[in-house]
Write a protein that binds this ligand. Sequence first.
Ligand code: SAH
Ligand code: SF4
Ligand code: F3S
Length: 479
Amino acid sequence: MRPLEKENNRKQKLITDEEMDKQREYSELVKTVLETRYHKKPLAFIHTYGCQGNVADSERIQGILEDLGYGFTDEVEKADLILYNTCAIREHAEDRIYGNVGAVKKLKRENPNLIIALCGCMMQQKRVSDKIIKSYPFVDLIFGTHVVHRLPEMLYRVLCTGKRVVENSDSDGVIAEDIPVRRDSSFKGWLPIMYGCNNFCTYCIVPYVRGRERSRSVENIMKEARELVASGCKDITLLGQNVNSYGKDLGEDVNFAKLLRMINDIDGDFIIRFMTSHPKDCTRELLDTMAECDKVAKHLHLPFQSGNNRVLSEMNRRYTREQYLELVRYAREVMPDLSMTSDVIVGFPGETYDEFKDTLSLIEEVKFTSLYTFIFSPRPGTKAYEMPDPVSREEKGRRFKELTDAQERIAAERTAKMKDKVYRVLCEGYARPGILNGRTQGNVMIEFPEKSGVDMTGEFCTVKVTEPLTWIVRGELIV
Ligand code: SAH
Ligand code: SF4
Ligand code: F3S
């Protein structure tokens, strides 16, 4: 595609100013309706499942609700609006949501003015919304991932008609800017740089529920990054399903490595993280940039999914074990202290025990700091859902345990090497009374006693490791 065509395609995805103005008009209408309906500040309870992309969406939903006059509560019984932002990545995630929605039915009976809303990836699937419509008639609002910016309008329709509103049509996806954001943390910020996914890994539902890859403009990302830094944010995580393909749709001379450099050049004391990187698009340029940029955490989350080439090919991952290991080798050559984490799937359809052993040998070779391990969960609509899957649940469970046992040993060996070393840590809060916690750049959790009762939350601290455990380490505050 030529640059101009790309630019035109992108413009079609950008939500127009007129549409956003329309939503602002709906906001004014909703405010009036809420005042007469509740005679007090209505409270919203929001629960978010799934990945940081969903968390970032929820922060925008909260921003819209705050703008409409809502306050927030952690107690579901006190809420006038209950919203679950859902995840469809594994069956277990979906089951939990059905359970929770069932449980709030009685609250609706006690408070007929209560609004129950479901949104997010699960709701983007027709199979799911049909089931909710049929079996959960007390749910007032269902919306998918492409219409978050239209929340004022959807809420207005619920409030005025009392009828259920469902908005989850298929879409390649949009980019909506200028949505207010209400962040959960003042010192850790999520910054979406792109949305959607083009990769269609055969096990994965994300491309079906999040649309095609689309990048936010450099200008809008930089604006948000500068605002985050100016507001005191110390840890910015750039988000995308595959941040390494950032910019490919922009038709400009920009890519993820260049974007990283630009954010690194913003004045201030802060750390830059990013997730997720896809190995097929992870370039030497990116690894060199990470090494050269002082603010970029020396931590790389690079999911490998399987250590076996046949399985990788069946998964449509489009890299080999050898290519993955070469990336790791180069990354460690340019960043000797690099901490690596990854995602792995055990029990992909047809994976034999020998093939699984290639995954084991890969983790022995790389020695990840930590691993997110999953048993394959068939997702209706994906290719892998149709694949013959002869290995029993029990056998998959045994392999899963073998993998997690091996990783536990590797993690313990790695943390043991941290003893007596000194780390700069962003304090995130209290683990328990008197004990603070934070993360090293490499994403290892570190716990340390406070000094003279001073709460260091949101500050950088220098901490010496005194007692390495398996997944976390304990230490003492030096400064
Ligand atoms: N875009 C990211 C991953 C997002 S999903 C990437 O490509 O790296 C997070 C993780 O969930 C995946 O890396 C994968 O390990 C896991 N996952 C996705 N679909 C799954 C499924 N159907 N069953 C089990 N695990 C799955
Ligand atoms: Fe899913 Fe693959 Fe896209 Fe990641 S890259 S979101 S695993 S399809
Ligand atoms: Fe789940 Fe959707 Fe994220 S399926 S993992 S919330 S993109």
